[in-house]
Ligand binder design. Structure first.
Ligand code: SF4
Ligand code: MG
Length: 320
C-alpha cells in the first residue's frame, strides 16, 4: 500500500457544517508474500476502511495498491478480486442465504469464467474437503450450518481463486470461543499448504499473537508502529502499542507498561487532536507532541544513517 488515504464527507444539514473524516491517513505498508501481517487497533481506527479499499469496495482518495510492484487500484472490483479475496467477520451476512453452498463457493470461478461447469464443481468439492466440510455440505444452505461451518464456507470461497492476498477482517470474533481456535488453525494450515499471504485485521492483540509474522498498529487512521511479531510483543516502542498490550494481554512480567484504560477517551475522529493524535491519552506526552505530528520512522536507520531495511521496526513517536 503506497501512501493510501481515504477521506469521507459527512453529511452536513441546514444547521451543521459538513465535516470530513480522514479514515485512512497516508498509510504505506508492505505485506511480504507468504506472511501474515496483523493489522490491529481499536474499532474506528480505519482498519476496515483499509480492507474495503483493498477489495475495491471503496476507492481511495489518494494513493495506490500495488501487487508484485504493479499498481492495481484503478482496476475495477472484478480485476481486484482475482488478486485479493476477503473473509469477513460475520459469515452469515456475507453468504447469500438463498444459494446452496456449492453455488456460493463456486461463484468466483463463474464470475471469472474459469473452467467448465464440471471442472468448477470438482474444484468446489476439493475446496470443501480442504476446509474440513463433508461432501454433502455442497447441497446445503447457509442457514442449515453452524457459525463455524459457515466460516469454513467463506474460507473455501475466498481461496478457490488462489488469491495473492487474503484479507481476514476479524474472521473469528463472531464465533463461539470453542470454534475460534479451530478456524484460526485452519487458516494457518491452509496458509502453510498454499503459501498464502494474509492481512489479518483484529482489535484483539491476543488473536494475532499466534498467527502474525508482522504487525502494524493503527491509531486514528495512521500506522503508528510496524514490526515483526517479536519486536512488537517483546519490545513495543509506541506508547499506544504498549497500552494495547497492557490491556489485551497478561503483561509479560517486568514489561512494566502502564494500563492507560483504553476503551474510554478515544477522540472524535472528525476532529483528531493536533500534532500526535495520541497525545491526549499518552502517558509520556511532552509539549512538542501537540504541535508536531511524528512521522513513521525506521529507528535503526535514523541511528545508523543507512537505508530503510524491511525488517527494521517503524514507529511514529517523538520519544520512542
Ligand atoms: Fe506520546 Fe508524544 Fe510519542 Fe505521541 S509523539 S506517542 S504524544 S510521546
Ligand atoms: Mg471493523
Amino acid at each position: 500500500l503506497c501512501a493510501l488515504s481515504k477521506t469521507f464527507k459527512l453529511g452536513g444539514g441546514m444547521l451543521h457544517k459538513s465535516q470530513t473524516l480522514t479514515a485512512v491517513n497516508n498509510v504505506s505498508l508492505r505485506v511480504p508474500r507468504g506472511q501474515v501481517m496483523g493489522l490491529v487497533g481499536e474499532s474506528g481506527c480505519g482498519k476496515s476502511t483499509l480492507a474495503k479499499i483493498l477489495l475495491g469496495l471503496t476507492p481511495p482518495s489518494e494513493g495506490d495498491v500495488l501487487i508484485n510492484g504493479k499498481a492495481i487500484v484503478n482496476a475495477n472490483q472484478k480485476a481486484l478480486a482475482r488478486h485479493i479475496q476477503p473473509i469477513f467477520q460475520d459469515p452469515y451476512s456475507s453468504l447469500n442465504p438463498r444459494q446452496r453452498i456449492a453455488q456460493i463457493v463456486g461463484l468466483p470461478l463463474r464470475i471469472h469464467g474459469i473452467g467448465t461447469q464440471k471442472e468448477q464443481a470438482a474444484k468446489v468439492d476439493e475446496m470443501l474437503e480442504l476446509v474440513g466440510l463433508p461432501k454433502r455440505a455442497a447441497q446445503q444452505y447457509p442457514g442449515q450450518m453452524s457459525g463455524g461451518q459457515r466460516q469454513r464456507v467463506a474460507i473455501a470461497r475466498a481461496l478457490i481463486m488462489r488469491p495473492d492476498l487474503v484479507i481476514c477482517d476479524e474472521p473469528t470474533s463472531a464465533l463461539d470461543v470453542s470454534v475460534q481456535a479451530q478456524i484460526l488453525n485452519l487458516l494457518l494450515d491452509l496458509k502453510d499448504e498454499f503459501g498464502l499471504t494474509y492481512l489479518f485485521i483484529s482489535h484483539d492483540l491476543a488473536v494475532v499473537e499466534h498467527l502474525a509474522d508482522r504487525l502494524a498498529v493503527m491509531y486514528l487512521g495512521k500506522i503508528v508502529e510496524e514490526g515483526t511479531r517479536e519486536q512488537i510483543f517483546t519490545a513495543p516502542r509506541h506508547p499506544y502499542t504498549q497500552a494495547l498490550l497492557a490491556s489485551a494481554l497478561t503483561p509479560e512480567p517486568g514489561l512494566g507498561v502502564p494500563d492507560i484504560g483504553l476503551g474510554a477517551g478515544q477522540p472524535d475522529p472528525t476532529r483528531p487532536p493536533s500534532g500526535c493524535a495520541f497525545h491526549p491519552r499518552c502517558p509520556i506526552a511532552q509539549p512538542q507532541c501537540s504541535e508536531q505530528s511524528p512521522k513513521l520512522t525506521d529507528l535503526i536507520q535514523s541511528a545508523a544513517q543507512g537505508t530503510t531495511q524491511p525488517n527494521h521496526p517503524r514507529v511514529a513517536c517523538h520519544f520512542a
